[in-house]
Design a protein around this ligand. Structure first.
Ligand code: PLP
Length: 368
């Protein structure tokens, strides 16, 4: 019997672990502000759709999520700027690829275009799934440091594009710093990137953006064939636990992403919940408005304590605590709010229940 072991791919052995937001201990009362989840439970109409769909789980789901992709296409078409619509017409179902959360969709996008050794440029610090999905797809990460105040450095990202670059990822608002890029900056950036380099615009927090000149990924897609927009039902629509996200791309690229996707990746329950959420959009977006107000209350409260913080356009706030990060996170947890520490860098605090904001503000006051 040989004692040789099955080797793991070096890229897999070297992967950083994805650190999920901590969960409260079983039985302990705590607010979970560690994963940018929506604090509201499902609407009754969405819950009813979930329960109804559950009676069909002995069957495979519709592999092409026909109704969902058609509905998403029609919804997105309604949000298109007149210029984007004039340029490219409606967003069709053929341009929409759904997957098991937008993280899975992102993997499929990379698997569709990245060959072994191709470079993928992205900002850092940014979403912690990025280095993992890039390595798993066989790509090489090229991390471009954030500029001042947690902002994406689009000039440096454009400069990092070489002959070997296959993909550039733009996370806006950026997780975990909350800053967003403007549409003017995005279009200027796209003008510099070669048309055979894919630009992924990750708009996971789009619905929370209130700034002028906000990024309009669909308008960028109408103007540039190398753009893929990523969206999710996990954050604003409150379906993180059911895993539904999607990519929007030109039809040829979308077909490639679909070909790389896990068959039956989105369950029937998840498809029906997403459809019910689209039907309940107005109600859900009112909840987003409340969270945006709560975000302002958290930010104003922290600034009144003397914290120098950048504006956040997402459903979380970033506190650059440096070396004090871990200790502050422990104290917050002891006080009943679980936050997401990035050791040595800072704390990301999701915007959730008003009581949770109050507890966190009281903790933060002691760290000024
Ligand atoms: C939360 C998040 C996502 C969404 O992930 P899902 O897999 O759709 O739940 C995507 N991108 C970023 C930057 C995120 O923070």
């Amino acid at each position: 019997m040989s004692s040789r072991r099955v080797p793991l791919r070096p890229a897999i052995s070297a992967l950083p672990v994805y650190v999920p937001g901590a969960r409260p201990k079983v039985g302990a009362a705590a607010y979970k502000l560690s994963s940018n989840e929506n604090p509201y439970p499902p609407l009754p109409s969405v819950l009813a759709a979930i329960i109804d769909a559950a009676s069909d789980v002995n069957r495979y789901p519709d592999m092409f999520a026909t109704e969902l992709t058609e509905t998403i296409g029609a919804e997105l078409t309604q949000t298109l700027s007149p210029e984007a619509h004039d340029a490219k017409g409606d967003i069709t179902a053929a341009q929409v690829v759904v997957g098991n959360g937008s993280v899975a969709v992102l993997s499929h996008v990379l698997e569709a275009v990245v060959d072994a050794g191709d470079e993928v440029v992205y900002p850092w610090r940014s979403f912690e799934a990025y280095p993992i999905v890039v390595s798993v797809a066989g790509g090489i990460s090229v991390q471009v440091p954030l500029a001042e105040h947690g902002r994406l450095d689009l000039d440096a990202m454009a400069a990092a594009v070489t002959e070997r670059t296959r993909v550039v990822m733009v996370c806006t608002p950026n997780n975990p710093t909350g800053t967003s890029v403007t549409q003017t900056d995005l279009l200027a950036f796209l003008a510099k990137v070669p048309s055979d380099v894919l630009v992924i615009v990750d708009e996971a927090y789009l619905e929370f953006v209130r700034s002028d000149d906000a990024v309009d990924g669909l308008a960028a897609l109408a103007a540039h064939s190398n753009v893929v927009v990523l969206r999710t039902f996990s954050k604003a629509y409150g379906l993180a636990g059911l895993r539904v996200g999607y990519a929007v791309a030109r039809p040829r690229l979308a077909a490639g992403i679909r070909a790389a996707s896990t068959p039956f990746g989105v369950s029937h329950v998840a498809q029906q919940a997403a459809l019910a959420s689209i039907r309940a959009k107005d109600e859900l977006l009112r909840r987003v408005d409340s969270l945006v107000e709560e975000r302002a209350r958290m930010l104003d409260g922290l600034r009144a304590q003397g914290w120098d913080l950048v504006d956040t356009e997402a459903n979380f706030v970033w506190l650059p605590l440096g070396e004090r990060t871990a200790a502050c996170a422990v104290e917050a947890s002891d006080a009943g709010v679980i936050v997401r520490p990035f050791a040595g860098e800072g704390i990301r605090v999701s915007v959730g229940e008003t009581e949770a904001t109050d507890i966190f503000l009281a903790v933060a006051a002691g760290w000024r």
